[in-house]
Write a protein that binds this ligand. Sequence first.
Ligand SMILES: CC(C)(COP(=O)(O)OP(=O)(O)OC[C@H]1O[C@@H](n2cnc3c(N)ncnc32)[C@H](O)[C@@H]1OP(=O)(O)O)[C@@H](O)C(=O)NCCC(=O)NCCS
Length: 155
Amino acid sequence: MADDTLRFRALTGADFVEARRVADAWFGHPVGLTMHRLFFDQLGEGGLCVAVPGSPVAMAGVLLGLRSQPEPDLAYVHFHMVDPTLRGRGVGRALYEEFGRRMHARGCTRIRALAAPDREASVRFHEALGFHGRAEAEYLGPGQDRIVFERGLPW
Ligand SMILES: CC(C)(COP(=O)(O)OP(=O)(O)OC[C@H]1O[C@@H](n2cnc3c(N)ncnc32)[C@H](O)[C@@H]1OP(=O)(O)O)[C@@H](O)C(=O)NCCC(=O)NCCS
């Protein structure tokens, strides 16, 4: 799917209930407060929704990210999900690339995201997008190892 067929827009609090309705099923487990309404209300241009024209679903994917305040050259993806019926068609990549373009325009030269080591799709996704990962034991607390993925911007 070519990027130019997709429609991106900033998320707002009005999108939260729909995202909440689908998130657990799209992830395959409860996402809990990882997807807090705060992000939808306050991320501004760091929160992105993508739609596929002609598709009956208005929300094909969501990305929650921000430009770091202590490290202003760093764009950080906190959360990212794509409708399972639309996976494998480049929607996830397009969301990352759009976010990366917007953050690069604000001065970011690096992008970072986390993945749990046992989340095969997420790990393979970041590798396919050219990220390099380093394993961090208990990065999110006891028993919560993560791979910290990072790559340069622009793409
Ligand atoms: C991870 C996720 C966002 C990928 O979305 P997607 O739209 O299917 O990804 P794309 O089609 O854009 O794929 C981009 C690249 O990643 C690779 N990739 C994506 N999913 C993959 C998988 N399950 N296994 C292997 N490679 C995969 C693709 O092969 C593609 O590589 P290419 O561009 O070199 O051909 C989606 O699977 C998802 O929403 N998963 C559940 C939520 C989640 O884990 N989010 C990430 C952590 S916050």
